[in-house]
Design a protein around this ligand. Structure first.
Ligand SMILES: [Zn+2]
Length: 181
């Protein structure tokens, strides 16, 4: 999260947002007991309450509590792993498959003009929670460079996290598909 960046609209505020204090996010992580991502991973099946859109054997996908755009997803291992190269082959494979599914879900739910997929590895690279590796997947639209962010240090979020969850969860591949003819 960029220092000083404020959100005009913060009516959502999931519990885990307020639970994630700066002190917690700055901790080295240890076994992950103080890690907000580990707590989300332990919070049970996908629901609007925990923001989890999908949960697999080794990875899960959750709405970013600090979205750069509505529908901003994070894909990450269930296990508390700091480095991308610490992932097992199974975790790595499922992480990438889930990233593909996140792209599919965002595309189906939002019809964006494009998407950003990427990772910030380490705090110097911009990671807010560097001790638990995660990939960002977010929709982009032509002309959405968001002049308010650049000009005023403010970003406008048009959709609540609960609304984003309700839009994305059924769009995840394998769900909500019409019955075959
Ligand atoms: Zn963790």
């Amino acid at each position: 999260m960029t220092d000083g960046l404020q959100q005009l609209w913060a009516g959502w505020r999931h519990p885990y947002v307020t639970d994630a204090t700066d002190a917690e996010r700055d901790k080295a992580g240890g076994p992950g007991v103080d890690c907000v991502f580990c707590r989300i991973a332990a919070s049970g099946p996908p629901s609007a309450d925990n923001g989890v859109v999908w949960r697999g054997e080794t990875c899960f996908c959750v709405l970013n509590a600090y979205p750069y755009a509505s529908g901003h997803l994070l894909v990450l291992p269930l296990r508390h792993v700091e480095r991308l190269d610490e992932l097992t082959p199974a975790e790595s494979a499922e992480l990438w498959a889930a990233t593909q599914d996140a792209v599919t879900a965002i595309t189906a739910a939002y019809r964006p003009d494009g998407l950003n997929v990427g990772a910030n590895l380490g705090r110097a690279a911009g990671a807010g929670i560097p001790q638990h590796v995660h990939l960002h997947v977010l929709p982009r639209w032509s002309g959405d460079t968001n002049f308010m962010t650049a000009v005023a240090g403010v970003r406008v979020m048009p959709q609540s996290l609960a609304d984003s969850w309700a839009q994305l969860e059924p769009a995840w591949p394998g769900r909500g598909e019409p019955p075959s003819p």
